[in-house]
Design a protein. Structure first.
Length: 251
């Protein structure tokens, strides 16, 4: 059997090689046929200190003594989100892994993506959450895709952390995909799109989603949760898109 497996692998490597979408090399071990293991391992997580609202790394020692530092993009605005943690910048291998997971139907990548996030959660990230709440999709979009990536990540986090998944948010208004809109439109696009369906308030909630760009979606979710008596709402995401310097909309 071992000889047969070696012969099979040889022919697969020769006639159907897997090519890494980042480095361009052929590979055997990695994320499906998307990324070699080496490139996936090279995803660089953000380091502390980080912006309390979006999770992007901040210059070392620039915010000493600041309880809740913010990046220039987020500014000193009042937000409903109390804290956000992002794994890393939405580019390179991180972006390719997400695209395969969310848009190419590779839902089986949920474990690799979630485990990568879990391994790099900072020690100072808040604990004591009552529930993990995936950001919902509209019913029609979820039927079209066949799954909600945020929910899949939520179940992986729930198993690892022992915190129940409670899908208490419902999307009650269909919206244009955020990636298709300019920044100012994104900020308006999600208003009134979510509703809380929980019978009892969740006082400390952890939202989970795949990407943070303007934060409009997560902010709207945190807003309705706090109107439903939540006292603290945090979020974890796979990636934070590059900061808006020129209203870019490529993501």
């Amino acid at each position: 059997m071992k000889l047969q497996a070696k012969v099979r692998d040889f022919f697969l490597d020769v006639f159907f090689p897997k090519i890494c979408g980042h480095c361009g090399n052929s590979f055997r071990d990695g994320l499906s046929n998307v990324l070699c293991q080496s490139c996936f391992n090279q995803i660089e997580p953000y380091q502390s200190p980080s912006c309390g609202h979006c999770g992007v790394s901040l210059p070392p020692r620039a915010f000493e003594g600041v309880v809740q530092p913010r990046c220039e993009d987020c500014g000193d605005w009042p937000y409903y989100l109390d804290q956000t943690w992002s794994l890393g910048s939405y580019e390179g291998p991180l972006r390719l892994a997400h695209h395969a997971f969310k848009f190419d139907g590779m839902e089986h990548l949920k474990s690799a993506v979630a485990q990568k996030m879990l391994r790099h959660l900072p020690e100072n990230f808040e604990s004591g959450f009552e529930a993990i709440i995936p950001v919902p999709m509209s019913p029609e979009k979820e039927r079209e895709r066949g799954y909600n990536p945020a929910f899949l990540l939520g179940t992986e986090f729930s198993t690892a952390l022992g915190i129940p998944v409670k899908p208490v948010l419902r999307k009650v208004r269909s919206t244009v995909a955020q990636r298709l809109l300019a920044r100012d439109k994104r900020l308006q696009n999600q208003k009134g799109a979510f509703q809380v369906v929980a019978k009892e308030p969740i006082l400390k909630a952890l939202l989970i989603d795949d990407v943070f760009t303007t934060g409009a979606t997560l902010e709207e979710c945190a807003k309705v949760l706090k109107k439903a008596e939540a006292q603290w709402v945090g979020a974890v995401v796979w990636g934070r898109t590059p900061l808006y310097g020129s209203d870019r909309t490529e993501v």
